[in-house]
Write a protein that binds this ligand. Sequence first.
Ligand code: ADP
Length: 220
Amino acid sequence: MAGAIPKALILFGPPGSGKGTQAKLLRSSLAIPHISTGDMLRERIASGDSLGLEVKNLMQSGRLVPDEVVNRLVDDRVSQPDCSSGFILDGYPRTLQQAKVLDGTLEGRGYHPVVIHLKVDYTKIIRRIAGRRQCPVCGTLYSLTSNPPRQADTCDRDGASLVIRDDDRESVIRERLEAYERQTRPVLEYFAASGQAVHEVDGSEGSPDEILARIRGVLS
Ligand code: ADP
């Protein structure tokens, strides 16, 4: 729509709430980029430089990466031309400091933030993440319960043996949930205090498409 203010969709929720899945579905249906700080950090690790190594150790133990690192990654990414009609943020902001920096970035570049809070209870999250498997070659994610590969432990696309992401092991999942409670949940209060609407969406029940429909309902 000519003259419409582009939206920054902020997908907010604990690890395992389905942010990544929904962000991919939204990217296809809205045709705007999906910006995942987790994916960008994993790419950085793959590059093998010294920052990548530091990031790797933090991620593997379930802790957050320093704000300056992710703030820079996001600022660089949203300044790319493909973000001019809007974009989807997945996994950012995750601390109060990130939320404040993001506010400035969005205001400076003229985006309207829309926060979607995906709510899922913790017992379900632990079950979901523990059943998550990934193809080390193409990155496709599987779930042993809701979206299993056709042949056990094997990627449908390229036949590679599926792996468990290092930070998806049960001890690390608990650390990630603690980091969420301690550092990320307070961001919700910050959004509310700064007058920003937070749209609550039930991410516990239903298929990914049904949850997508709920999000689209909120956006329309
Ligand atoms: P999930 O949402 O399931 O936790 P992600 O791929 O988003 O998975 O994140 C994996 C890890 O990457 C986090 O536990 C954290 O170490 C790091 N990370 C991702 N986004 C951020 C961020 N905005 N700030 C700090 N660390 C981050």
